[in-house]
Design a protein. Structure first.
Ligand code: BV8
Length: 243
């Protein structure tokens, strides 16, 4: 069936990085099964025990920088879609890893921030961060010690790029959610927003039905490294058959 090449918004979650060796959050062996988010992923937790929060993110940053952790076929398929689809493709990710970029995607919006960046709580400066952070890390911009935090959106904080995301959803013809449980807002509400705007085809590519599965016109279930490349192939074949 030929497909009209309109703009596409992709939303990804932890499931797209699982086969690269990074943990998800809500699977039975996930991150929130090992640690309480209230202790490590809120501003209150950081005020209460900054070293504990730094240790949590330092561990995940070292894990992400492990040479064995590489982009997988799903990341590469999304980069191919962005290259070959004859309309804009935006990848909005809830993930704080850099696997979309390392897989070749150029237009990536990290709405929950980035593990390989740090932010100064005193002057707001953000900078690349590959080493451990601690309460004695000095800000390279203002020199303040003890104000550095991961450049990440915690629970209760405002996600990044919301205006840009909402504008992209308003212009989209298709919304594809990949590897997300659909439990964290506002990301979990994007499918409803896309449908409200009207005329948007909504697709879920996930290991199993997410909390918002009923809101999608179409769902494909299986590992991201299988269902994502296959679906992108279909989309691009459909466009090539256009006159
Ligand atoms: C906000 C930080 C207002 C970085 C994260 C009380 C007070 C304040 C807010 C709230 C409140 N109660 C509720 C809220 C809202 C809250 C929220 O939604 N809470 C939940 C728990 C109910 N949201 C917020 O606080 C947000 N801010 O609301 O501000 C606002 C709103 C709009 C506009 C302006 C202001 C901030 C949320 C961001 C929190 N930070 N992470 C980090 O540590 O990583 S969220 C955390 O969950 C991660 O970022 C993650 O991205 C996100 C979602 O999880 P998923 O990515 O979906 O991962 P999950 O494990 O859940 O699911 C994985 C899926 O993959 C599963 O379905 C699985 O089946 C599938 N899968 C597994 N393997 C594979 C696979 N799929 C394919 N292939 C595989 N191989």
């Amino acid at each position: 069936m030929p497909i009209t090449p309109s703009p596409i918004v992709i939303l990804t979650g932890a499931g797209v990085s699982k086969e690269s060796g990074l943990d998800t959050f809500r699977d039975k062996d996930g991150i929130w099964a090992q640690v309480d988010l209230e202790d490590v992923a809120t501003p209150e937790a950081f005020r209460r025990d900054p070293e504990r929060v730094h240790a949590f993110y330092n561990h995940r940053r070292r894990g992400l920088l492990d040479p064995a952790v590489e982009p997988n076929a799903a990341h590469r398929a999304l980069a191919r879609l962005e290259r070959e689809w004859p309309a804009p493709v935006m990848t909005v990710t809830q993930n704080i890893d850099d696997l979309h970029e390392r897989g070749g995607s150029k237009r990536v919006l990290h709405m929950h921030g980035e593990l390989l960046k740090a932010r100064c709580g005193a002057c707001g400066d953000t900078s690349p961060q590959r080493d451990d952070l601690s309460v004695s890390t000095r800000c390279t911009a203002c020199g303040q010690v003890g104000a550095m935090r991961p450049d990440i959106v915690w629970f209760g904080e405002i996600p990044m790029g919301m205006d840009e995301i909402e504008a992209a959803l308003a212009a989209a013809g298709m919304f594809i959610a990949i590897g997300t449980s659909g439990t964290v807002y506002p990301a979990a509400g994007f499918v409803g927003l896309a449908r409200q705007i009207g005329g948007v085809r909504t697709v879920e590519l996930n290991l199993e039905p997410s909390d918002g599965a009923a809101l999608f016109h179409e769902s494909r279930h299986g590992p991201a490294t299988e269902v994502v490349p296959a679906f992108m192939e279909e989309l691009l074949d459909g466009v090539e058959s256009l006159p």
